[in-house]
Ligand binder design. Structure first.
Ligand code: DGL
Length: 263
């Protein structure tokens, strides 16, 4: 029997829309609720305790709306909070995400992989464990990118400030010999067109959005939770809803109303 309850998807801000697009493309009959916690962005510079508190509040919000599953569309929130969320809600399927070290280690020919991610993700025990497991026979060079998320939040995807900041983060990785760059934060796929202009064509860019959508599908199938309804997508923001509404046509591909999340 079909389960047409919605799926809750969240990020510190607009970054998770890069994952939401993949989910919508893969699961056209699922209703989706998206929450941008833009009132508390960037998560990358916050403490794990703070991020865990945000994860709890947002999960409660989705459960009040009868969500059947949750997607943490944020590497930083996954690193800090997904384990606790799973402990608190053992009955709820929860899909998290982490930088794509495994596919990048497979893709590199130079043997040097670069990771662009938030300070919080790169400092986390979860990321260290990921490297222990998958960065076998490759060298991984990490690059925190403070300031980049705020520019994406503002919708500045290729202005001079974004270009200069991105270049300052990417240049050291290229100097180190990286031929594969992991976009380890869900805000960064929106910078892919700019990034492609800044790096040589031989450099491979790897992100995780499509893999998360596939994983979500597998989880829904395994739990017998697939929807077959007329899909809807609802948007909430913990900052001024107008701000998200302004960037939705570009980042989501269509305008949509945005409601305020006061939690
Ligand atoms: N988009 C988030 C991630 O995937 C977090 C960005 C931030 O708020 O610092 O890591």
């Amino acid at each position: 029997m079909a389960d047409d309850r919605p799926i809750g998807v969240f990020d510190s801000g607009v970054g998770g829309l890069s994952v939401l697009r993949e989910i919508r493309a893969r699961l056209p009959r699922e209703s989706l609720l998206y929450l941008a916690d833009s009132g508390h962005v960037p998560y990358g510079e916050k403490t794990p305790d703070f991020i865990r508190a945000r994860c709890r509040a947002i999960a409660d919000f989705f459960l009040e709306r009868n969500a059947k599953a949750l997607v943490v569309a944020c590497n930083t929130a996954t690193a800090a909070g997904v384990a606790e969320l799973r402990e608190c809600h053992p009955e709820l399927p929860i899909v998290g995400m982490e930088p794509a070290v495994k596919p990048a280690a497979r893709a590199t020919r130079s043997g040097v992989v670069g990771v662009l991610a938030t300070t919080g993700t790169l400092k986390s025990a979860r990321f260290a464990a990921l490297l222990d497991r998958f960065a076998v026979d490759v060298r991984v060079v990490t690059q925190p990118c403070p300031g980049l998320v705020e520019l994406v939040e503002a919708g500045d995807l290729d202005g001079p400030r974004t270009r200069a900041l991105l270049l300052s983060f990417v240049e050291p990785l290229l100097t180190e010999g990286c031929d594969t760059l992991i976009l380890g934060c869900t805000h960064y796929p929106f910078l892919r067109p700019l990034l492609e202009r800044l790096v040589p064509p031989t450099v491979t860019l790897v992100d995780t959005g499509a893999a998360v959508a596939r994983r979500l599908e597998d989880v829904l199938v395994a739990a017998g939770l697939q929807g077959e309804g007329v899909a809807t997508t609802g948007f909430w923001s913990s900052a001024d809803p107008q701000q998200l509404q302004r960037v939705l046509p570009v980042l989501w591909g269509a305008p949509a109303p945005v409601r305020r999340f006061a939690g």
